[in-house]
Design a protein. Structure first.
Length: 136
């Protein structure tokens, strides 16, 4: 549209910890400003000057206290929350450390073939893409 500023995308990483055909999701705290109580794949913002993989590793440590051993890029999807977001999804199929819930109300293992249990279309699409590309 003429006269309209181009959207500025907020860069984010989102991770799918995959184990035994399940993906780890978080039930967001009710005190969160955006999507309180939603069941979503965990992740966070990419800091200025940070690579996607560095952001992914930092977020895994901050949110779950683990270190990825195997990371696979899945897809990038656009999402509009309060701002426009570019979500870069990664599958993490092996990691070091015990998973600790450091940010969510609850952690939930969701069967890969039941992505409807996730509250966001964008997360369901990413899980479907992971299944299509890596599990067929």
């Amino acid at each position: 549209m003429p006269g309209r500023a181009a959207a500025t995308w907020l860069e984010c990483v989102t991770f799918m910890l995959v184990k035994n055909r399940h993906v780890l999701a978080e039930k967001r705290k009710l005190t969160k400003r955006l999507a309180p109580g939603a069941v979503a794949l965990p992740g966070g913002h990419v800091d200025a000057g940070e690579s996607l993989e560095d952001a992914l590793r930092r977020e895994l440590d901050e949110e779950l206290g683990i270190a990825a051993e195997s990371v696979t890029y899945v897809c990038t999807l656009l999402h509009r929350a309060e701002e426009f977001r570019r979500l870069h999804y990664f599958a993490v199929e092996s990691w070091r450390g015990e998973i600790l819930n450091q940010e969510a109300d609850e952690l939930v293992w969701v069967p890969l073939d039941e992505p409807r249990l996730l509250d966001f279309d964008v997360d369901r699409t990413a899980v479907s893409e992971y299944l299509r590309v890596y599990c067929s």
